[in-house]
Design a protein around this ligand. Structure first.
Ligand SMILES: Nc1ncnc2c1ncn2[C@@H]1O[C@H](COP(=O)(O)OP(=O)(O)O)[C@@H](O)[C@H]1O
Ligand SMILES: Cc1cn([C@H]2C[C@H](O)[C@@H](COP(=O)(O)O)O2)c(=O)[nH]c1=O
Ligand SMILES: [Zn+2]
Length: 190
């Protein structure tokens, strides 16, 4: 039987990694055989653990790109029930094809990442995985400006960059609702 693809998206601080960690716990309690991956680029809290903003964590394999996931999973052929991938927005676009191959081989895949950059543009790799998913979970955060539990986007507070990829936390980014995002970015969206 084929595996199932679940994709968890949302702005920063919306609980994407916490959701991933809950699913890891459920599979671990069920004695399922799993592997957890994270991109090397994200070294904010730890290089060998997936860590949530609230400090919960699980061991993870650091990979440079999606081909490394393919290689590691191929070596475990028939010996895995599920894989978990954090920060999919940092991966190359081959991730879609590789995840599809893994699902068709009977392994469940849980992917977590940003759907939109701070410029309100979709990360293509996330958008593609959402299209192929059996289930998409969209998370919300508390809006840093108005305090409502309706933040769906991330606003950059430390000035624009050329690249939409820039590792950071509270010193650079806040989660905001659409109305607050519009006010903060009035020159682009007003
Ligand atoms: N604005 C916010 N809204 C919700 N949670 C927040 C906010 N700022 C900080 N947090 C903390 O972040 C945690 C979620 O972190 P995490 O699962 O790592 O989110 P994500 O992976 O989406 O960035 C929450 O449990 C809470 O402790
Ligand atoms: C919005 C946005 C964020 N990033 C970076 C900042 C963080 O390192 C991660 C997101 O981490 P989280 O687990 O979702 O909190 O991505 C970026 O590079 N570009 C952006 O537009
Ligand atoms: Zn708001």
């Amino acid at each position: 039987m084929s595996g199932k693809l679940t994709v968890v998206v949302g702005p920063m601080y919306s609980g994407k990694t916490s959701t991933l960690l809950s699913m890891i716990e459920i599979y671990t309690l069920g004695k399922k055989r799993i592997k957890v991956f994270k991109p090397v680029i994200d070294d904010r809290y730890s290089s060998d653990h997936v860590v949530s903003h609230s400090g919960q964590m699980a061991e993870a394999i650091n990979v440079y790109d999606s081909s490394e996931i393919k290689e590691i999973v191929s070596k475990e052929k028939g010996k895995l029930d599920a894989i978990f991938i954090d920060e999919i927005n940092f991966f190359d676009e081959n991730l879609l094809r590789i995840v599809e191959e893994i699902i068709f081989s009977g392994v469940d895949v849980f992917c977590v990442g940003l759907d939109l950059s701070y410029k309100h543009r979709p990360f293509a790799v996330t958008a593609n995985l959402m299209a192929a998913a059996d289930e998409v979970i969209k998370k919300k955060a508390v809006c840093h400006i108005c305090g409502e539990y309706n933040a769906t986007v991330t606003h950059r507070i430390s000035g624009p960059t050329d690249s939409e990829i820039d590792i950071g936390g509270m010193e650079k980014y806040i989660a905001v609702c659409r109305d607050c995002y519009k006010k903060l970015n009035a020159k682009d969206w007003g």
